[in-house]
Design a protein around this ligand. Structure first.
Ligand code: SF4
Length: 166
């Protein structure tokens, strides 16, 4: 397998999300709140860990977890710990940032974790409209961006917090 052409692996670990961005969620899926705060896990963590090991053996150097909202898979921190303890892979979490604060204790010691929070706009009202959520969610995302900066989960080489202007 010619892995020099595929240096990193992106894993969309779930298609569930607690936001309902107009450009992403189908109208009928009830995105906002449908999965919020639940721990239902539809993935096989052991199988995923085995595939991550295979990816490293094949020459990949980085794994990126996306969704949906990856943090709705509560076991994801177990996967991060596995990567930290069993590989030399760099790994990144692409998140909407809304529930990062719930995982701060679980992230402790994950030295290679690179968290990337997306933010569609710096306008609180516009954010609420775009993401189909309350304005309070904007405040939570901003607060969580500060948390990941303070905790050094933003790696210098990444554009970990970015906005899309409308
Ligand atoms: S936060 Fe991301 S995954 Fe969730 S609805 Fe918005 S664009 Fe889609």
């Amino acid at each position: 397998m010619a892995t020099d052409k595929i240096p990193y692996l992106t894993i969309a670990i779930t298609n569930r999300c607690n936001f309902h961005c107009y450009y992403c969620s189908p109208d009928e899926d009830g995105g906002m709140g449908e999965a919020y705060g639940t721990s239902t896990n539809s993935i096989d963590i052991k199988d995923l860990e085995e595939k991550i090991l295979i990816a490293e053996e094949e020459g990949m150097t980085k794994v990126r977890f996306s969704g949906g909202e990856p943090l709705l898979i509560h076991d994801i921190t177990d996967v991060f710990r596995f990567i930290e303890d069993n590989t030399t892979l760099e790994y990144a979490l692409a998140t909407n940032g809304s529930i990062v604060d719930r995982f701060v204790d679980d992230f402790e010691g994950l030295s290679r974790l690179d968290i990337r929070i997306s933010l569609d706009t710096l306008d609180r009202g516009q954010f609420s409209e775009i993401c189909g959520c309350s304005k309070i969610q904007y405040d939570k995302v901003i607060a969580n961006i500060k948390v990941i900066i303070i905790k050094k989960y933003v790696k210098p080489s990444s554009s970990s917090c970015y906005t899309r202007q409308y």
